[in-house]
Design a protein around this ligand. Structure first.
Ligand code: C5P
Length: 224
């Protein structure tokens, strides 16, 4: 069986990453959360008060940023590291969520991260989730999935996830953040969030998680 690239794009909070992780596990593929990379860059920019109106300052910062993913053997999770420090908790918080779409619009940020993502996928056997994976990062991916779900359902899921991580945020605030990110991600000039023409659309509002994963595995096997 040949190794393929599976690109999973879609709106914020559709369950892309949990689905992508389960698909990668079943196929023994690598999983890459491209959103975590944009989140790590955003955290760095916030912590270091980077002036995003200064292109040289952005370029200098991007050269200083090293992003890695490490496996936590104890619980099987993947955690994101920024310059050697585990920032998994910080990058998922509301502060980073509120600024990440603004930082993701910056052309140099996208160019740097897209190059890294392509490098990580060059040997195939990877499931990558994000907003532009099927359209820009891997336009020739063998399988492209575009996920969507009702906003209220996405907000409830995201609120639960935040609570599990110890952050209590009102449903209105979570929903507002999801809607604002969707609008910014879909409306930006470079690599806007949109369904690739050849992507398979999956509405996860009322799909059972296992069904979702099985459907993607079926589609993947047809392409191997
Ligand atoms: O996937 P996640 O919700 O963690 O992504 C956070 C943000 O990162 C998105 O709202 C979007 O602004 C940005 N992003 C992006 N391109 C990607 C992945 C994420 O612009 N491939």
């Amino acid at each position: 069986m040949k190794k393929i690239i599976i690109a999973i794009d879609g709106y914020s909070g559709c369950g892309k990453s949990t689905t992508a992780k389960a698909v990668a596990k079943a196929l023994r593929y690598t999983y890459l959360d491209s959103g975590a990379m944009y989140r790590a860059v955003t955290l760095y920019f916030l912590e270091n008060h980077i002036d995003t109106s200064q292109p040289e300052e952005i370029d200098r910062s991007l050269r200083e940023i090293e992003i890695e993913f490490r496996h936590n053997e104890a619980d099987g999770t993947q955690q994101v590291y920024l310059n050697g420090v585990n920032v998994e908790r910080e990058v998922r918080g509301m502060e980073v969520s509120a600024s990440v779409s603004e930082i993701s619009k910056i052309p140099q940020v996208r160019a740097t991260l897209v190059e890294k993502q392509r490098g990580l996928g060059k040997n195939k056997g990877i499931v990558m989730d994000g907003r532009d994976i099927g359209t820009v990062v891997f336009p020739n991916a063998e399988l492209k999935i575009f996920m969507k779900a009702d906003t209220i359902i996405r907000a409830e899921r995201r609120q639960r996830e935040l609570l599990e991580k110890g952050q209590r945020v009102s449903l209105d605030k979570v929903q507002e953040n999801l809607e604002s990110r969707d609008a910014q991600d879909s409306g930006r000039e470079i690599s806007p969030l949109k369904k690739a023409e050849d992507a398979v659309e999956l509405d996860t509002s009322y799909l059972d998680f296992n069904e979702q994963v099985l459907r993607i595995l079926e589609l993947a096997k047809e392409r191997m």
